[in-house]
Design a protein around this ligand. Structure first.
Ligand SMILES: C[S@@+](CC[C@H](N)C(=O)[O-])C[C@H]1O[C@@H](n2cnc3c(N)ncnc32)[C@H](O)[C@@H]1O
Length: 193
């Protein structure tokens, strides 16, 4: 609806202004008339069209927030930031090796880091089969040829052995209450990235 109104404005504005510029007496366009008319008529048409636009049903609502810097905008972390957070967690808690679960492993960056860090075994799991395929490629590219198992299940229902560490890396805003509960049940240490 509002697009139609805007379109109408685009057609009507220049047409009416051009009509007024045409000097009937001289039978020609009068550029001086044009300038004057355009200022007044153009602004008036613009005002009316925008008024109709904002009154039309279904137009998008705009909100200008002056104190924008005080508001939180969620931006997903980069893989580098995630690895750094994991590294600091291990470092701060004196965790050096053991069995780890990368519960929502995605492309596997965190689990692969754990293997390079010194963990003897990493259990990779992701619900999405496409992620698992890319994980396998990533393991190969990173020359990881042992010390891992791969599952393709919902972590909530994964039948897994007890571990020293469980890494949870969900999408921002996802409800991970059930996943966290499961992680705390199966692992001594749980890091939520
Ligand atoms: C933020 S990504 C993980 C990124 C990963 N750490 C990486 O480095 O690529 C979240 C992952 O959780 C997976 N996922 C979502 N719900 C899940 C669930 N219930 N169980 C297991 N994996 C899940 C998604 O398929 C997605 O790959």
């Amino acid at each position: 609806m509002y697009l139609l109104i805007e379109l109408l404005g685009f057609i009507l504005g220049p047409s009416i202004t051009a009509g007024l510029c045409y000097d009937l007496h001289d039978k020609a366009f009068n550029s001086l008339n044009c300038l004057g008319y355009y200022g007044v008529v153009g602004s008036l048409i613009l005002f009316i069209v925008n008024l109709l636009f904002f009154l039309s049903p279904g137009h998008p609502d705009f909100l200008i927030v002056k104190n924008q810097s005080k508001h939180h905008i969620e931006v997903a972390m980069t893989t580098e930031q995630k690895v750094l957070r994991l590294h600091n967690y291990l470092d701060n808690n004196g965790i050096k090796k053991g069995i780890a679960v990368d519960a929502m492993c995605g492309l596997g960056a965190l689990g692969i880091y754990l293997l390079k860090y010194g963990f003897e075994k990493v259990i990779f799991n992701d619900i999405n089969p496409e992620m698992i395929e890319t994980l396998k490629m990533n393991l190969e590219i990173n020359d990881v040829d042992g010390g891992f198992v791969i599952y393709n299940e919902a972590f909530e229902y994964l039948d897994v052995c007890h571990a020293d560490l469980c890494v949870i890396d969900a999408y921002p805003g996802a409800d991970i209450s059930e996943i966290t509960q499961k992680a705390e049940k199966i692992a001594d240490n749980v890091i939520i990235i």
